[in-house]
Design a protein around this ligand. Structure first.
Ligand SMILES: O=C(O)c1cnc2c(S(=O)(=O)O)cccc2c1O
Length: 448
């Protein structure tokens, strides 16, 4: 019998990974019980007495957001951290004007085309501080029938000594927040400092706008990922890992250059393939991005494509990318039709994908803006956007690898091995017209 789990039971059962997918309207209930959680359940009164919270995000529906908090918490102080692009700001100001308990904190975006992609919650309870890092906008559409990724920290108790985690989570989080350079985050900087993070077992991989150089060059973006994998991935120097495939999965794609050898493999893949040895084999890079058919047959239909903003202007410059592309397929989680808004990067052993070497869930899509691009003869990493994600490394869980197909296996979001695009498959492009076949709601897609 499928007993409905309470939010607290769901989190207890998710140990030690604490990694969830969003619940999906329309799938069998048991696929919404195991390692799946809703926004209301994340904010449930069951976790304790909330005193205040902060919500970092890109898109906000304030009415929807307040509705997800238990009624007794809706008047608590709420800090909204958002990108400072003018138009959003206006609508956001208007949305928040009836609520004096809501404070708006615009994140500076000094570099053109940068966005505040970061999706994170600070939840301060009387018993301590919880951090949630995820991939969903704070709008109902993002939490209804998509596949989103969510990591939920323990409630970290207050402490009178620093109490850092073995993964330097506290320092990395404070380094990230420092980059906003705003007094509005001072309360949270102080609060983070006062709590004991020693139970946290994931690494932070974040991005902040800037030209990061010198001592800061490995602090953010794909160089932070490279550095962290180099320092913590304790794979014995055995050959079998050298060709272990790397998988990237995302909901949008930036302009990557005229061929694979510019940024994608020379820079980005170099960071992802980092082992603690300088392995020479080039592992296969497999990229998962929805096909038109994935979108057409999804629960939402073509509308899902509105959240997959890969545009024609970019796509036509990089037709070479199609050779790396694989379909979205998540039958084992009953989410093949729940369009992905999650972004994940992982590495598996090449013996039929039985073991996971590491796993990253993040807000960062496949773009230079998110991950950074090396400049000035590789002396600086230029990043345009704010991003944040958490990296799972077996060593931090007292394992050498994460088993994929047994009882203690890691709850991966999609089916492995990924299924390569067939010759008839096309990547979803948001500003193309799709009129030859109706979607699951009988509609066509004509963006003009
Ligand atoms: O989750 C995000 O951070 C994010 C960012 N951008 C999006 C865009 S667009 O601004 O790139 O046109 C269009 C549709 C969905 C988007 C989205 O979900």
């Amino acid at each position: 019998v499928n007993k409905r789990l309470t939010p607290v039971e769901k989190i207890e059962q998710s140990e030690p990974y604490r990694f969830f997918l969003s619940t999906v309207h329309g799938i069998q209930d048991n696929y919404n019980q195991t390692n799946a959680i809703s926004l209301k359940e994340i904010l449930s009164v069951e976790h304790g007495q909330l005193t205040r919270s902060a919500q970092f995000n890109y898109m906000f529906d304030i009415e929807f957001l307040l509705e997800q908090y238990p009624s007794e918490f809706r008047l608590k102080p709420l800090l909204i951290v958002h990108g400072d692009s003018r138009d959003d700001n206006h609508s956001l100001k208007t949305q928040c004007s009836p609520y004096p308990q809501i404070e708006l904190c615009p994140a500076r975006l000094d570099i053109p085309f940068g966005t505040h992609h970061t999706k994170m919650m600070f939840l301060l309870y009387e018993t301590g501080l919880r951090i949630v890092i995820h991939t969903a906008n704070l709008i109902s559409q993002d939490w209804r029938q998509k596949t989103q990724g969510i990591w939920i920290s323990p409630i970290c108790p207050k402490t009178n000594d620093t109490r850092e985690s073995k993964t330097n989570f506290k320092k990395d989080l404070l380094d990230y927040i420092e980059q906003y350079r705003t007094r509005q985050l001072q309360f949270w900087q102080k609060t983070i400092n006062e709590h004991d993070f020693s139970s946290i077992n994931v690494h932070i991989i974040s991005s902040t706008p800037g030209r990061h150089t010198g001592a800061n060059i490995n602090k953010f973006g794909h160089l932070k990922l490279r550095q962290t994998l180099k320092n913590y991935l304790n794979l014995e120097n055995n050959e079998q890992y050298y060709s272990a495939p790397i998988i990237g999965q995302f909901s949008s794609i930036g302009s990557l250059g005229p061929n694979a050898n510019s940024w994608l493999t020379k820079e980005f893949l170099t960071s992802l393939k980092q082992l603690n040895t300088n392995s020479f084999d080039s592992p296969e890079l497999k990229l998962i991005y929805p096909t038109v058919e994935n979108v057409r047959t999804s629960f939402e239909g073509y509308i899902a494509g509105g959240s997959l903003p890969y545009n024609m202007q970019t796509a036509m410059k990089q037709t070479w990318l199609i050779n790396y592309l694989h379909r979205w397929k998540a039958d084992h989680r009953q989410r093949s039709r729940a369009s992905p808004h999650i972004k994940t990067y992982l590495r598996v052993t090449n013996d039929q994908y039985k073991n996971l070497l590491w796993f990253l869930v993040t807000s960062a899509n496949l773009s230079k803006a998110a991950w950074g691009v090396l400049e000035k003869n590789n002396t600086q990493l230029m990043i345009r956007s704010y991003e944040i994600g958490v990296l799972f490394i077996p060593k931090q869980f007292s394992q050498t690898i994460f088993p994929l197909f047994d009882s203690s296996s890691f709850p991966i979001p999609y089916d492995l091995p990924p299924v390569k695009y067939e010759s008839t498959d096309k990547p979803w492009i948001v500003d193309m017209t799709y009129k030859n076949q109706p979607d699951s709601h009988g509609n066509m897609w004509d963006p003009h």
